[in-house]
Design a binder for this molecule. Structure first.
Ligand SMILES: Nc1ncnc2c1ncn2[C@@H]1O[C@H](COP(=O)(O)OP(=O)(O)OP(=O)(O)O)[C@@H](O)[C@H]1O
Ligand SMILES: N[C@@H](CCO)C(=O)O
Length: 314
């Protein structure tokens, strides 16, 4: 259960008076999610998600909330943040920065259909087109420098095979300059648990709190690695190619992105292998139940190392 900061009925009633969204009908803590405290909140004017930010820097929050506003304003299925009567989308509650965003309908899926992969590919392409006009800027906190220092930090705590793999991959990654590829604001975590569907209709893109400025192709690689790979680390060619074609229908990759693609896929796999391995090796109190399997991403990385694709499709 990820409700780190409790909010009482009376506190919420008082908090909601800042917003022109009607009085409180009901609210409930949300169990999923490990970064923030989230509540579903119903008012007379609609359904909302209240987030109390537990770890993010206050200074970065306007970037994320502005981005969500930008995306929803352009008709993409993102959650529009509510504004107070004074026009603020970022407030505080119980000493934590807080925001209220529209609750989107739908459920995440664990086993996506081909059509769902197509819709995600299109939505990611649309997102990259839409964010081109977003003025905010945020460095990727999990970029190349983070990957190198996290990998180095793990070396003394892992077995010899793992050490060799991290060392070799970090050396290979020095050949990749993501900054030389087309840049933009990327979601950077568009995993299956961050997309909502009603049947085969994509109804929600959520959890923009890793969004940052980085290479667009890297975002595509992150998304493909989660949606279109089997548990043994091998891509499912049908889903993979369908998502890629759908993305390309919105934005085509240029020659530099195509040339860098094998290493981009590896960088995307390495990022999540390292973050999971770090959390596994150095668990924070209360984290244990939420740690995702690092080996799933090791298998994806090893597959991409052993089977570099000749083109974008496989
Ligand atoms: N706008 C929204 N509409 C509907 N449901 C939402 C919305 N935002 C969040 N949720 C629900 O809340 C859950 C947790 O949200 P989120 O993924 O943002 O949590 P988190 O703790 O910030 O992130 P993480 O997934 O990184 O742990 C989601 O799985 C989803 O069920
Ligand atoms: N999507 C990440 C969790 C952080 O959002 C993972 O699966 O490792």
């Amino acid at each position: 259960m990820s409700v780190f900061t409790k909010v009482s009925h009376d506190e919420l009633v008082e908090f909601l008076k800042q917003y022109p969204i009607g009085g409180l009908i009901g609210f409930q803590g949300i169990g999923e999610g490990v970064e923030n405290t989230n509540y579903f909140v119903d008012t007379h004017d609609g359904r909302w998600v209240l987030t109390l930010f537990e770890r993010l820097n206050y200074a970065d929050l306007p970037f994320f909330l502005g981005l969500m506003d930008h995306i929803a304003s352009r008709g993409l299925p993102g959650a529009m943040p509510a504004r107070t009567r004074g026009g603020d989308n970022l407030t505080t509650l119980n000493g934590k920065p807080a925001a209220l965003v529209r609750r989107l309908v739908g459920q995440s899926v664990l086993f996506p259909t081909l059509e769902q992969c197509v819709q995600v590919g299109r939505a990611l392409g649309d997102l990259h087109v839409a964010t081109a006009s977003y003025a905010g800027h945020c460095e990727n906190g999990r970029g190349a420098a983070w990957r190198a220092s996290t990998g180095q930090g793990l070396l003394a705590h892992v077995d010899a095979d793992t050490r060799a793999l991290i060392d070799d991959e970090l050396a290979a990654q020095t050949q990749l300059d993501l900054a030389a590829l087309p840049q933009g604001v990327i979601h950077a975590d568009l995993f299956r648990d961050n997309v909502l569907f009603v049947d085969d209709r994509l109804t929600g893109l959520i959890d923009f709190y890793y969004a940052c400025n980085d290479a667009l192709a890297y975002d595509l690689a992150i998304t493909l690695n989660d949606w279109c790979v089997e548990p043994d680390g091998v891509p499912n060619a049908e889903r993979w190619n369908a998502m890629l074609a759908a993305y390309s229908s919105r934005r085509s990759l240029n020659a530099a992105e195509r040339a860098a693609w094998p290493l981009v896929l590896r960088a995307a796999a390495l990022r999540f292998w390292l973050s999971r391995l770090w959390d596994w090796t150095f668990p924070r109190e209360g984290d244990v139940v939420h740690i995702k399997d690092p080996d799933a991403y090791r298998r994806i990385l090893v597959h991409h190392r052993d089977n570099p694709p000749r083109g974008l499709l496989i």
